[in-house]
Design a protein around this ligand. Structure first.
Ligand code: ZN
Length: 317
């Protein structure tokens, strides 16, 4: 029996998606459940087990060599546990052990969702061909991951590249993480919207006060909306420049809802980057929108599983 496929799980606060994926990243089988995020931990685990059960019922399951899991964080890949902020029933939840119990002998790899999206962008998206890259998700929160020397760099616990909680404003607003002036506290969608509202921006007749509505207002020239995006762009630029200066990335990829804002984000972002990324070795740094769609988490989890399979093959397992 050839084992040329991998299974992937993408676990977030709203949905639990699963897939069987081939070596080129094509999704052959899908399963999905809503995340019962406000229920107890066992109820959430049952939804994961249902997704796995549906995948395992496929005749293709026999060809699966490994399983990759990308989960909302924080995760602890070394312990195999997850504590997603938006799933309060899971704190230090032994996800890897529980999934192993459900799937038997398969090797299982756990990574954070920011790292999973990075794996997907590096494999098939905007960071393809770049050996040193930072990929970010800017939406309700701000997450990210790193590719260094051509390889995904998840770090010991699977959280490396979590740029959202780098402080770029030393005496700035308190962040829910406990620090101050984090990139996320300034650049996430809810913070873009809050800042615009605080400064007098009024939503349109539909009452939509989301960051997407602020982006639309900015495109129409509303100065308060423009300023809110400029401030977010400034925070992102400072975080990206710091990362580039530390580890010499040559591209930063921005995905998530805010990443779809277009020129109202990328215009001021490129301008701010020029003022923060000043040393010669970071001056060629480019910032681009993400290319992977809603399957990025699944494709990235599959990439992690494929890497695991390659490691096992190299070790003669
Ligand atoms: Zn923070």
């Amino acid at each position: 029996m050839t084992t040329d496929l991998v299974a992937a799980l993408d676990i977030g606060g709203t949905k639990i998606a699963g897939a069987l994926v081939d070596g080129r990243g094509s999704i052959l089988v899908r399963a999905q459940r809503a995340t019962p995020a406000q229920q107890d931990g066992e109820t959430v685990m049952r939804a994961v087990a249902e997704v796995l059960g549906e995948l395992a019922a496929s005749p293709l399951w026999d060809r699966v060599a490994a399983l990759g899991i990308g989960s909302a964080g924080p995760v602890d890949a070394s312990a195999g546990t997850v504590s997603p902020v938006n799933v309060p029933g899971w704190r230090g939840f032994p996800l890897v052990e529980r999934v192993r119990a459900a799937v038997g002998e398969l090797p299982v790899e756990l990574i954070g969702d920011g790292v999973a999206i990075t794996a997907a962008e590096h494999w098939q998206g905007a960071a393809r061909g770049h050996d040193n890259a930072l990929c970010m998700v800017v939406s309700t929160g701000v997450g990210g991951g790193l590719v260094l020397n051509g390889q995904l760099y998840p770090g010991p616990t699977g959280n490396a590249g979590h740029i959202g909680h780098i402080s770029v404003d030393l005496d700035g607003d308190l962040c829910p993480c406990g620090s101050r002036g984090c990139v996320e506290r300034i650049a996430s969608g809810p913070n873009i919207a809050r800042r615009a509202l605080d400064n007098g921006w009024l939503p349109g007749p539909d009452g939509d006060a989301s960051a997407a509505a602020v982006a639309a207002a900015a495109r129409a020239g509303d100065p308060v909306a423009v300023a809110s995006f400029e401030r977010a762009a400034q925070a992102l630029a400072a975080g990206i420049a710091a990362t580039a200066t530390l580890v010499e990335i040559d591209i930063a990829v921005i995905g998530g809802g805010v990443g779809k804002a277009g020129d109202v984000l990328f215009g001021p972002l490129n301008k701010a980057l020029a003022s923060y990324a000043t040393l010669s070795f970071v001056s060629r740094l480019t910032v681009v929108p993400a290319q992977m769609g809603t399957d990025a988490g699944l494709v990235g989890a599959a990439a992690a599983a494929l890497a695991l399979r390659a490691d096992s093959a190299a070790a003669g397992v």
